[in-house]
Design a protein. Structure first.
Length: 400
């Protein structure tokens, strides 16, 4: 996920246009990478109490697991144990709140350079009967690609891999990917533009899209472009740059996505978005971005400039934080915070920042089966300022 900063890869592109001196080139790369780092987190104590804005909700932050390497996504088993991914390719498990030392599974063909690697993990809606777990990860095919693979969880391990979809365009940056089941039982996949912005508008290309699949990878017959000549039938929506948050609003079943805006090399910085994503619609990239509009293209619900680098998305509907019910939450990498959005249907009532600058770069945010709000840090992704115990999975708990 491109975190809206000039990183080494982008600087390399720029320098090739303007510099010939190898020494200058290397020095500028080093300066750029250093400049990409997020601010040093202020730190946090488990005894410290925070208050959430107008709601007067008071909470503390507990560390659930530490010493991790870029934990990307969570999925809870019916037992309450948590599966989670680490970007280098490991699937780990927290059993009764304790981290199992050895991985549940290590993806053998993962390609983990830069922002890509092992990304999402999801359970089949009927997991209790079929034990299916889905992983989204980058691999090396004809260039870098992303695939979704289904496994069976048995005896505490993942086995019987079956490719659901593969050959999704990817790159070291803008590789997506969330793969989550919607209320209709279909598998939705967000894909990045693979730093080739034009493909987001190309109907014969899976990059820069939302895809909708049956659980085995076949195409639902009611997808919006199934009968459109020259279009990939998997496509649900188009015009996305790099969406990495995906969640459905309780009650309305509206799909909300968070999406990274341009980062200098492909447009002015900022322009991060929250979108309500619906079948067959065009979300504009790269034709429009920031506050630009065009007929036939959907404007974002929320826009963030300077960039916050939204990396996740979740709705809260638990019992531990009643004032948060129906709120949309997402983690910010560059913005080093959780953003809480209070909604009335499609309309934004207000928003506030939680834990701004306290723990560094925040990636995943999700409600656990216990009603607590879990999140992960991403301070060891090459752009953060890691503490000795980073990366961590942490949770918000009510303060008594």
């Amino acid at each position: 996920m491109l975190n809206n900063m000039i990183d080494g890869a982008r600087l390399m592109y720029s320098c090739r246009q303007t510099m010939n001196h190898v020494g200058q080139f290397i020095i500028l790369i080093a300066l750029s990478v250093f400049g990409c780092g997020s601010p040093v987190p202020t730190g946090i104590s488990e005894a410290e109490t925070f208050t959430a804005g107008n709601s007067q909700t008071r909470f503390r932050v507990e560390t659930v697991a530490s010493g991790l390497e870029v934990p990307w996504a969570f999925a809870w088993l019916p037992s309450g144990d948590m599966l989670f991914t680490e970007r280098p390719g490991r699937v780990r498990i927290l059993e009764q709140g304790k981290l199992r030392p050895e991985p549940v599974y290590t993806v053998p063909d993962v390609e983990p350079s830069s922002e890509s690697g092992l990304m999402d993990v999801s359970l089949h809606p009927n997991f209790a009967a079929n034990d299916f777990v889905y992983l989204a990860y980058a691999y090396r095919g004809d260039g870098k690609r992303v695939k979704i693979v289904r496994y069976k969880f048995a005896d505490g391990k993942l086995a019987e891999p079956k490719i659901v979809i593969e050959n999704i365009p990817a790159a070291p940056n803008h590789a997506g990917t969330r793969a989550r089941f919607g209320p209709d039982g279909k598998l939705y996949v967000t894909t990045g533009d693979a730093t080739d912005r034009q493909i987001a508008q190309q109907m014969n290309n899976l990059g820069g899209k939302t895809l909708r699949l049956n659980d085995d990878g076949t195409v639902p017959p009611d997808n919006p472009f199934v009968n459109q000549q020259g279009s990939r039938p998997e496509i649900w929506s188009i015009g996305h740059r790099n969406a990495q948050g995906l969640a459905w609003q309780p009650g309305s079943n509206l799909m909300f996505q968070t999406e990274h805006g341009p980062s200098g090399f492909d447009g002015p910085g900022g322009g991060d978005e929250v979108n309500i994503v619906e079948a067959g619609k065009n979300y504009g990239w790269p034709v429009v971005h920031h506050d630009q509009s065009r007929a036939g293209m959907v404007d974002p619900l929320l826009l963030y400039t300077p960039a916050c680098a939204p990396a996740s998305g979740a709705f809260y509907n638990g019992d531990k934080f009643p004032d948060f019910n129906g709120n949309f939450l997402f983690g910010c990498l560059r913005g080093t915070r959780i953003i809480r959005v209070v909604l009335n249907g499609r309309n934004v009532v207000r928003q506030e920042n939680l834990l701004e600058g306290n723990v560094g770069r925040i990636r995943e945010v999700a409600q656990g089966p216990d009603g607590f709000i879990y999140f992960s840090t991403s301070n060891r992704d090459g752009r953060g300022r890691p503490a000795p115990n980073d990366d961590r999975i942490m949770r918000l708990v009510p303060a008594n």
